[in-house]
Design a protein around this ligand. Structure first.
Ligand SMILES: Cc1cc2nc3c(=O)[nH]c(=O)nc-3n(C[C@H](O)[C@H](O)[C@H](O)COP(=O)(O)OP(=O)(O)OC[C@H]3O[C@@H](n4cnc5c(N)ncnc54)[C@H](O)[C@@H]3O)c2cc1C
Length: 357
């Protein structure tokens, strides 16, 4: 078991323990506090954090079976304590395992190995890098880091004493975007990312449109938990969510029933997705209507009749306003709770979603 700890001199430890645990519980973590003692547990036994408030200090102990779990705990707890104690501005300094690292365990420098056109608007970039085993598993998404033009060699974030990444100065700092690992082959040291080439190219899609073998980008992660398996699944999304839906579908038990609704420009954007026989796939075509500003996907989702009883899970990845609309439809009109539905904003008109969902 890997361990780390930090002691913060403060007289407000009691309030910080309560605030940190309440905030983490809201983000679906198992976290609770009582009488100045708090406990935070990562999912799947990936580690726990124990917080203990005394009159003049707050002591935090972390335990995890993996380096990744320990670094997630350090990151989460430093961030939450710095937020809860914003007025006091305490410095959280960890000691113990992983505290003498010179590279972030979550960061890899990746090189473009191959480029292929999947459809007219989707470019598959195969990236290669060292030791990709941490990127295999249930967390599907990564943060790609694009160095600004003219910064050679690229500068990547380094581990800070508080467990959070220390980023290069603004003008040398890489731009971040969230993408899904479409395929990973740890033995071959490679992964595919499918980039949608949207009409107003940004840093990521512009980079993908011109990427050639040998180009270098950074990668951090993985993150995001997408679905809870259920006997009936509804998956819906636009082209940015095809990689996530493809990976979710490929892992479902063969007896899963349900529907998949995918909005793309036209027939040329249809991809071949592996799925259980009891799941039907419906491709919805925009044919010139604006992505994220039409009702095609939302109308199709709202026309689905879900089973009245039984184990249902509904998932959507699409433009932020579409995701908001469907989230409130599922929660308020269909009465599905957080455990039975998830609608995630994958991109936003004129802005970037840079949070891994
Ligand atoms: C969890 C998660 C997983 C994701 N996985 C993928 C993936 O595997 N493949 C993928 O292609 N995308 C994926 N996305 C979406 C991707 O991160 C965004 O589309 C991102 O904005 C692209 O960055 P950019 O630099 O190209 O454009 P930005 O600089 O962010 O935006 C430039 C302009 O383009 C517009 N724009 C951005 N995205 C789109 C779009 N899809 N369609 C139309 N206009 C758009 C913006 O509104 C803005 O006006 C994912 C997002 C999340 C949150």
């Amino acid at each position: 078991m890997l361990k780390a700890e930090a002691t913060i001199p403060t007289t407000a430890g009691l309030a910080y323990v309560a605030a940190v645990c309440a905030k983490l519980a809201k983000s679906d973590l198992d976290a609770h506090a009582e009488a100045g003692r708090g406990r935070v547990a990562l999912v799947d036994g990936l580690g726990t954090g124990t917080l203990e408030a005394a009159a003049d200090r707050l002591h935090i102990r972390l335990e995890s079976p993996t380096e990744q779990g320990l670094s997630v705990l350090k990151f989460l707890l430093s961030a939450q304590i710095e937020e809860a104690a914003a007025a006091e501005k305490p410095e959280v300094v960890w000691s113990g395992d992983g505290c003498d690292l010179t590279e972030l365990p979550s960061l890899r420098e990746m090189t473009v190995r191959r480029v292929a056109e999947v459809t007219p608007h989707v470019r598959r970039i195969t990236l290669t890098g060292p030791d990709l085993s941490r990127f295999e598993g249930d967390s599907l998404h990564v943060r790609l880091l694009f160095p600004p033009d003219g910064v050679h060699p690229p500068e990547w974030p380094k581990p800070g004493k508080n467990g959070r990444p220390l980023w290069p100065a603004e003008e040398r700092r890489p731009v971040q975007r969230v993408y899904t690992i479409r395929r990973i082959d740890v033995a071959a040291g490679e992964m595919d990312i499918d980039f949608v080439l949207h009409a107003a190219p940004g840093v990521a899609s512009g980079w993908a449109a011109g990427a050639r073998p040998g180009a270098v980008i950074g990668l951090m992660g993985p993150g995001g938990r997408e679905v809870r398996p259920a006997t009936h699944m509804l998956l819906a999304g636009d082209e940015t969510a095809i990689p996530a839906m493809a990976r979710i579908l490929a892992r479902l038990p063969q007896d899963t029933a349900g529907q998949v609704l995918i909005e793309v420009e036209d027939e040329r954007e249809v991809q071949n997705l592996v799925h259980p026989a009891g799941i039907t796939l419906l491709w919805l075509f925009r044919r010139g209507r604006e992505p994220g500003r039409n009702d095609i996907l939302a109308d199709a989702v709202m026309a689905v009749s879900l089973p009245q009883h039984g184990d249902v899970f509904c998932w959507l990845g699409a433009e932020e306003a579409v995701a908001r609309r469907i989230r409130s439809y599922w929660r308020e009109e269909k009465g599905l709770d957080r455990a039975r539905c998830l609608a995630v904003g994958y991109w936003k008109h004129a802005l970037t979603m840079d949070e891994a969902g």
